[in-house]
Design a protein around this ligand. Structure first.
Ligand code: PMP
Length: 322
């Protein structure tokens, strides 16, 4: 039997095949939309689909929507509720990825940000987005990250993802798994769609928010888990390209990428080229937390089926990152 695929579109739940925008739509012509990616992890023991940090994703979406002068008729709590409902209606009993988008709806020629905004969302099954079981071979891109003064990378603006597409495609064309992108100042920014960490002398380092990065929710999660669970602090500072070559460990993190070890940069092995010990511990911890196996981090999860046991206590409606 074909799975019932349902999207949220123009204010209601409709079959995915009917969730189509008109070709004149401003967002389609000019890239004037902002989006999110939210993962849902299936926990077979609990018979539960846990959305990972949806409230933080929607808080970011609403901030980014305001960057494009959008006004949406939903707050973060309402968007969380809609997402749980979308998950229930699609009823996937496996890991999923949810793609919410806020977009400019005007059907007119002209780039200015005219009134007219809407919100849509769909859900697809997803396992690994990049292979997390082996160290990745990555290359530094010849493309530079979009600057804040051009298209804010923190905005998760659809049009800006041409930058990511160019970098990711170049990397694959050159035989790499993924790209690392430098910013206009020549310092490391992030991956095409993931943040980056290095480990040096037992400490983590990640690029700062002024390095033209997306302020990743997984990046925040890694910092918190490293500090609280492993006693490892993170330094936020610019990273030079050459530091990638001499680091003890390098890894990507992101909703899609999860925690993905980097085994070589520009064909130079990172340490011994294997998944590093800190990366491995963070991968395991992140997997357990996201799948709902660590009670103290249930505050980050929204259980979609809302069985009685979860009706009280931790939910994304109360749990804010601390
Ligand atoms: N950087 C970019 C450019 C991204 O698209 C993403 C994916 N959203 C990330 C970093 C990671 O962000 P997050 O952990 O919030 O998914």
């Amino acid at each position: 039997m074909r799975h019932r695929e349902v999207a949220f579109f123009e204010g209601s739940f409709v079959p995915l095949a009917e969730a189509n925008i008109n070709v004149m739509t401003h967002a389609f012509n000019y890239g004037t939309a902002v989006f999110e990616g939210i993962r849902g992890y299936w926990n077979a023991d609990d018979e539960e689909l846990y959305l990972f940090r949806p409230r933080e994703h929607f808080a970011r979406l609403l901030q980014n929507a305001s960057l494009l002068k959008m006004k949406l008729p939903y707050d973060a709590d309402a968007l969380c509720d809609l997402t749980a409902e979308l998950a229930r209606r699609n009823a996937y009993r496996e890991d999923v990825y949810i793609r919410p988008l806020a977009y400019k709806t005007a059907r007119q020629i002209g780039t200015k940000l005219s009134p007219g905004d809407d919100f849509t969302m769909f859900i697809v099954p997803m396992r690994d987005y990049v292979d997390t079981s082996r160290p990745l071979a990555v290359g530094v891109s010849s493309w530079r990250r979009v600057e804040d003064a051009a298209i804010p990378a923190r905005g998760k603006i659809c049009g800006a993802y041409v930058n990511s597409a160019l970098a990711a495609t170049e990397a694959r064309d050159n035989g790499y798994d993924e790209a690392i992108v430098l910013n206009a100042a020549g310092k490391v920014a992030e991956g095409a769609a993931m943040n980056i960490f290095i480990a040096r002398d037992g400490k983590l380092v990640t690029t700062p928010i002024y390095a033209d990065i997306l302020e990743g929710i997984t990046r925040h999660t890694v910092v918190e888990l490293a500090r609280r669970e492993l006693g490892v602090e993170t330094e936020f500072r610019p990273i030079d390209r050459s530091e990638l070559y001499i680091a003890d460990e390098v890894f990507f993190c992101g909703t899609g990428a999860q925690i993905a070890a980097i085994g070589s940069v520009d064909r130079r092995p990172v340490a011994n080229g294997q998944i590093g010990p800190l990366t491995r511990r963070l991968q395991a911890l992140y997997g357990d937390v996201a799948r709902g196996r660590v009670g103290r981090y249930h505050k980050w999860l929204l259980p979609c089926r809302l069985t009685a046991r979860f009706l009280e206590g931790a939910s994304c409606l109360t749990g804010v990152a601390d």
